[in-house]
Design a protein around this ligand. Structure first.
Ligand code: ADP
Ligand code: ADP
Length: 231
């Protein structure tokens, strides 16, 4: 069974907007898979459903072939699904280490070995070549560095699927190139990368599979070498 399958997903928001209309496709494990489409196509809604931030009005999400009710981000995290938001979820006044490991400890710092927490961040950063100063206060970091912290935060929770919502929107071209190198490394390390983009050039540079949404409907789903240049 594929790692992730969307089976007949529809989503109508409370105000009547039909954001997704009977969308079905699957994502193989260990690939970089792009979700492409114009603004309003339903890309974010679909990823929010996978991450437990929204519930489908109908249809199911299958993980390893089994329907899973992803009712909250906590459930998603328990299934190994992590998300890098377009607007980061970091606390600006806290350090990199505090954002990555301390905030998720059950006892909020009371009995935590801070040196060990810092070392975990250093190890994680080295393993994935996402180098950041573990002691820097997040507010003082560049946007690109904050994005690395956001990715490390997801990796610190044993993700197998990493969702990135328009990750290049805030980056310069060299920063984009570096992010793509890191995402290729993560894929090589066995992760599945799901990446939202509306730029076909980026999709072609990074992804091996692409799903195209338009106005809430699936209009294309293929390995990338099947997509024509003028698509
Ligand atoms: P994309 O990520 O492709 O830009 P979205 O999933 O954000 O698309 O939006 C799909 C449609 O759903 C759009 O028409 C958008 O305005 C609408 N929409 C998104 N979120 C909400 C919401 N919370 N409430 C109502 N409508 C929403
Ligand atoms: P992101 O791109 O980080 O997912 P958005 O700017 O798309 O964030 O959305 C911010 C919040 O506003 C989300 O909770 C989303 O559900 C909501 N939202 C987005 N579009 C609409 C809409 N058309 N109507 C109502 N709420 C919306």
């Amino acid at each position: 069974a594929p790692l992730v399958a969307f089976a007949g997903i529809s989503k109508t928001y409370g105000n009547g907007t039909l954001a997704l209309d009977d969308v079905s496709f699957s994502i193989a494990g260990g690939v970089i898979h792009a979700i492409c489409g114009e603004n309003g196509a339903g890309k974010s809604t679909l990823m929010k459903i996978l991450f437990g931030l929204e519930q489908p009005s109908s249809g199911a999400v299958l993980l390893d072939g089994k329907a899973v009710a992803i009712t909250s981000p906590r459930v998603a995290a328990g299934q190994g699904i992590g998300m890098v938001h377009q607007h980061f979820s970091l606390v600006p006044s806290l350090s990199v280490t505090e954002n990555i490991v301390l905030g998720q400890e059950p006892r909020r710092g009371a009995f935590i070995d801070r040196a060990a927490a810092r070392q975990r961040v250093v190890d994680l950063a080295q393993r994935y070549n996402l180098l950041v100063d573990p002691d820097a206060v997040v507010r003082t970091l560049s946007v690109a560095a904050q994005q690395k912290v956001e990715i490390l935060k997801a990796l610190s929770r044993d993700v197998r699927v990493l969702i990135l919502d328009e990750p290049t929107a805030v980056l310069t071209p060299p920063e984009t190139d570096e992010l793509f190198e890191r995402l290729r490394d993560l894929r090589a390390a066995g992760l599945t990368i799901l990446f939202i983009s509306h730029k076909l050039r980026e999709v072609r540079a990074l992804a091996s599979h692409v799903t195209v949404l338009r106005a809430g409907r699936l209009v294309g789903d293929a390995p990338l070498d099947a997509i024509e240049d003028d698509a």
